[in-house]
Design a protein around this ligand. Structure first.
Ligand code: MN3
Length: 248
């Protein structure tokens, strides 16, 4: 162990984060010669929480496998590669990185935005599917009625927004700490978390999400997607948002 490494190794994570904030504010955040084996490759691909064919016939198993095992995996690999030289940034966690996106070192900012965004968006995406569609209930249904005009109006506006994304991007329903819902579209892998928001649910309108089955028919994919939602998982995200425990 070199003399340079030793002081950082004894720092508690919380102390390290506090010092990172100070460094970032001073514009001094750089790749540092710090040995942090546990955090060197911090992000991992979460397994699909159901079988690849669970969303058939609306989303085919081959699309699910390619999308998860190849596309999402690549975001995780590339994020870890980019963060290897920026352990202090990695230590912020995804939510922390997005919150400070504009302050991150230029050398890693684009990777966090694109690869980190891809990791965050897809991690959310898998968990809200695998269900049988239908309708939400309870507090979430009441919030959708109140803020978005009810489920049919939400679906119509959401699908229209998804069709309107030029090229690649996402459509999200965001949720505030107070439980207020809103619709927003984002290009590429951008996430509302970078704006200080939280994602209740979202759909991926990159062609890789639907091309094998739907080819150019994005509207059909958007319409079919509602049939695979797991509203109990979305309701759990709603509750977590109001409890302040929802991250990405
Ligand atoms: Mn995707």
């Amino acid at each position: 162990m070199s003399a340079k490494e030793k002081p950082m190794l004894v720092l508690h994570r919380r102390v390290l984060l506090a010092s990172v904030t100070g460094l970032a504010a001073a514009g001094l955040l750089r790749a540092a010669p710090v040995a942090m084996a546990a955090d060197a490759v911090p992000f991992t691909l979460p397994p699909l929480p159901y079988a690849a064919d669970a969303n058939e016939p609306h989303i085919d198993a081959q699309t699910m496998l390619l999308h998860h095992d190849k596309h999402h995996a690549a975001y995780v690999t590339n994020l870890n590669k980019a963060l290897a030289e920026y352990p202090q940034v990695a230590a912020l966690g995804l939510t922390g990185m997005f919150a400070k996106l504009g302050e991150l070192p230029e050398g890693v900012r684009t990777a966090v935005r694109n690869q980190g965004g891809g990791h965050a968006n897809h991690s959310m995406f898998w968990t809200i599917m695998g269900g049988k569609g239908g309708s939400p209930s309870g507090d979430l249904a009441a919030a959708i009625d109140r803020d978005l005009g009810g489920l049919p109006a939400l679906q119509a506006a959401f699908n229209k927004m998804g069709l309107g994304v030029f090229g690649s991007g996402w459509v999200f329903v965001t949720v505030s700490r107070e439980g207020k819902l809103a619709l927003v579209a984002k290009p590429n892998q951008d996430t509302p978390v970078s704006d200080g928001g939280r994602v209740l649910m979202g759909n991926d309108v990159w062609e890789h999400a639907y091309y094998l089955k739907y080819q150019n028919r994005r509207a059909d994919y958007l319409a079919a997607w509602w049939n695979v939602l797991d509203w109990s998982r979305i309701a759990a995200r709603y509750d977590a948002a109001k409890a302040g425990t929802l991250d990405v």
